[in-house]
Design a protein around this ligand. Sequence first.
Ligand code: IVH
Length: 727
Amino acid sequence: MSKQGAEARAAKLRQQLEQANHRYYVLDAPSLSDAEYDRLFSELQQLEAAHPQLRTPDSPTQRVGAAPSKEFAAVRHLQPMQSLRKCDNAAELEDFDRRVRETLVRDNIDYVAEPKLDGLAVSLIYEHGSLVRGATRGDGSTGEDITANLRTIRQIPLRLHGKAVPLLEVRGEVYLPLQGFRRMVDEALGRGDKPPVNPRNAAAGSLRQLDPTVTARRPLAFYAYGIGAHEGWTRPPLHSQVLQHLHDCSFPVSELIEIVQGTPGCLAYFERIGKLRAKLPFDIDGVVFKLDDLAGREELGSVSREPRWACAYKFAAEEAQTRVENIEFQVGRTGTLTPVARLAVVFVGGANVSNATLHNMDEVARKDVRVGDTVLVRRAGDVIPEVVAVVLADDAERSAHAARPQLLPPSACPVCGGHVERIAGEVALRCTNGLSCRAQLHGALIHFVSRKAMDIEGLGEKLLAQLIEEALVRSPADIYAKEKVNAATLAGLERMGEKSAENVVAAIDRSRATQFARFLYALGIPDVGESTAAALAQHFRTLEALLDAAARDILHEKAQKKVAEARRVEEQQTGKKIKKNAAERLPPLPELQAVPDVGPNVAVSIANFLVEPRNRAVIEALVAPIESGGCGIHWPAPTAAAGDALAGKSFVITGTLADLSREQAAALIEAQGGRVVGSVSAKTDYLLAGTAAGSKLAKAEKLGVAVISLEQLRALIDNPLSLSPSG
Ligand code: IVH
């Protein structure tokens, strides 16, 4: 065949195969028999083999075939992929609708109502009609390049139907239909593997395969729901028209989509879909309402990555009944013992559930759950399933329940046999063995290496478990001990090659250079999450300052208790009430509680953790320089600029500040050496006033105290001479 002849024939075959694909996978109306399809397909394959220049990436023969990759490259989205604000009830939906009406000054609003598919959002980039890149949502700004995997999904066209434009970004949801999910579960059970927990996780796992031939075997599906970036294409005025365009380009668009009017229309749609839900061949977790008018969307804009023109209305949590087969205690990274009910497997909220949390012993007692009971289990979205209540339908069940033994709190840790105590003022039971308890050590290490903590890539749960098993690692500091964890010892572990061992070592080395806040978060102090760690770092600026403050706070608390005790004794002896002195009136742990977000309980957690000798030893080892046998973890020194811009100045804060809470503003002032006081007097230097400032503002004005905005406060910090109190 001539070159031109081959080219023309290939084009014809491609067009026929694409159309057949579309009719089969999208329209559900096959136009060719399987045999006919196979014949055309192999003819195209042969043509491409004879004329390799004809084998373009958008050919139907190229869906599967890319070589496995080592990792997914990061891709920056052309436009951010936002998330949806949630409405939990009719009143919140009404609020959402009212805001839209008020902003657009219209009485009645048309919304496009769509099912909310429980899968993964993806972005598909088409250049001149060809699929060139596909990515996950990631954090909304940057996702992962999973082009090779997305190409294997038959419902995603490799070439768009109709007129090709330079750029069209299609967005939609990749999901796993229930039938496919059940097949994956059966196959996993057949192999003796752990089955996927729900369709969403199964879809996510399938898309994150490095080898696209694995993805190709997973029965993934796709629905398009929007267009992102585009060039050479004129956007129509309505979202419903965009959906029509997607349909015309040969994308599957949900048939359940409707245009509805106002809150009543939205609620009626929600009801209708709720009734259909159980009969749908795929999982949905709610519905989405989107303003149809695209110009109106621009007027509404977004708040914190959530557009004001759309909202997700989720179905209430689902419940089901099953039997409690056993109750066990799980030991978390801080030693907390959580009672967990082992259940007869039950399908609830779109997943097979075999474990449900009982939270703590108080909850066990309140619900009086006993092994053998029939219980109501609830699961909502991604949250951990929980036991809601014991079901006692009749007298027989009641007496059977009464005959079962009550669950007693364990006297020893089920993992290490260590002493268990109930922390004063808390409901939780805790194993007191710290890092000597394997469960706590494992949990602490997983947390320590995690992305938002020390971010040691490649050091996963299983590897850490092996390092513990081999007694190579007994504390986070051991990770950095070269005589314990090195390329040779790592390569000796299961499923570790030499190359990956070297990568892990390199990742450990890289992690030494970190940030103070990350380091604090990594320590796994109970109750200290990312934001509290950041607040502590910001407030104390150095590790020494924090450790000293914790030590002083503990001393202060002890002294306070002594004084209080002495006062009580004296009151008893004299029969008279004695006034508390100044020290006793201070809050306990005053220095830690001065940090925004740190209340009395969190302050206790932090102080106890930081003064505990074993923890102290680990912290010291982590930050000691390598030369002196330490781990060498370090971070940039606090900048000198922050510190004393507001030294000696007193501030009163009033009203609502634009983007900070009052506590945060106070922390900002204090970090710069300023003082925050409660009431305005002639001695006050500045009144920091937000909106709706009341009597304090009036008083400041009367006394001639300088009134400044948050913006002016920031200017003052940047340049302390920029404002003078009198001006
Ligand atoms: S629109 C700002 N439409 O829900 C618009 N999202 O919370 C954002 N989702 O990540 C997306 N069905 O994974 C949209 N019909 C639908 C959807 C949908 C499911 C998911 C999607 C997204 C998340 C947003």
